[in-house]
Design a protein around this ligand. Structure first.
Ligand code: HEC
Ligand code: HEC
Length: 201
């Protein structure tokens, strides 16, 4: 009994000591990512990052974030955004028929294809996908419907391709991509590999 009590006293001493230590070292200000008072907004300013200023043709392409990731935009997009129904300046340099002469990367074949399955419901409400009855549209290999024109689901380039600003990330990203070939660091081949790893026909 006596031994137990002594043990409990030692434990509470350790707990009290660590609370004092914690109170002394962890401040409220250090808890948030912005490292300032969390209860007031008056002195909070967002980091003022500068977006890439180099004009198209004078910037340097980024390495892809991972194999077949959408490349980030290395050049200035001043005057190019927003993309509207009647005005998409990106096409003037990136359409495959002009890209080479502009020194730009051509829009890849995946953007000239519709991957959506042709589906309809039968009388009982089951999904019929391109001749097969299935329960889930993601269970089946993607059928590529190539088309001559840019697929309209790809029209809004900046939905997936983002310009970059020089703001240090609040939390470092330790992700390390693994590329299966040196080419994949700067070139996509998505259309050729999109069914990789899918067993179901
Ligand atoms: C005046 C021609 C021009 C226009 C307009 C243009 N680009 Fe570019 N783009 C280029 C060139 C040239 C490069 C290659 C890098 C360089 O030389 O600056 C490039 C590179 C890129 C890359 C990187 C490709 C890679 O292989 O890494 C992306 C993504 C991109 N542009 C997207 C866009 C988007 C989105 C728009 C519209 C908002 C756009 N570009 C408008 C010429 C242009
Ligand atoms: C829905 C998302 C999405 C939209 C919208 C989109 N892209 Fe992409 N883009 C991607 C992805 C993902 C890749 C990489 C895989 C691939 O090639 O499909 C890519 C690849 C590219 C590449 C690199 C091609 C290569 O050979 O390496 C270029 C250039 C490009 N896109 C330009 C554009 C332009 C210009 C537009 C607007 C007309 C656009 N993209 C719209 C997702 C998108």
């Amino acid at each position: 009994m006596k031994k137990n009590r002594k043990f409990i006293t030692i434990l509470s001493l350790i707990a009290a000591a660590s609370m004092v230590y914690a109170a002394g070292t962890i401040s409220e200000e250090s808890l948030g990512l912005r490292k300032t008072d969390l209860y007031s907004e008056s002195n909070v300013k967002p980091d003022e990052g500068k977006f890439a200023a180099k004009a198209p043709g004078s910037s340097k392409r980024f390495e892809r974030s991972y194999e077949n990731a959408p490349p980030m935009i290395p050049h200035s997009v001043e005057g190019l955004l927003p993309i509207t129904k009647n005005n998409n300046a990106c096409l003037g340099c990136h359409m495959p028929n002009v890209a080479k002469s502009m020194g730009a990367t051509p829009i890849p074949p995946s953007h000239f294809a519709n991957f959506r399955p042709k589906t309809k419901l039968d009388a009982s409400g089951k999904i019929i996908k391109e001749g097969k009855t299935i329960t889930n549209t993601s269970d089946v290999k993607v059928v590529v419907h190539k088309q001559d024109k840019l697929y309209q689901g790809r029209f809004n380039c900046s939905q997936c391709h983002a310009p970059q600003a020089d703001i240090p990330p609040a939390v470092a990203n330790n992700f390390q991509p693994e590329f299966r070939s040196a080419d994949a660091k700067h070139k996509s081949n998505f259309i050729d590999v999109l069914n990789e790893g899918v067993d179901i026909q």
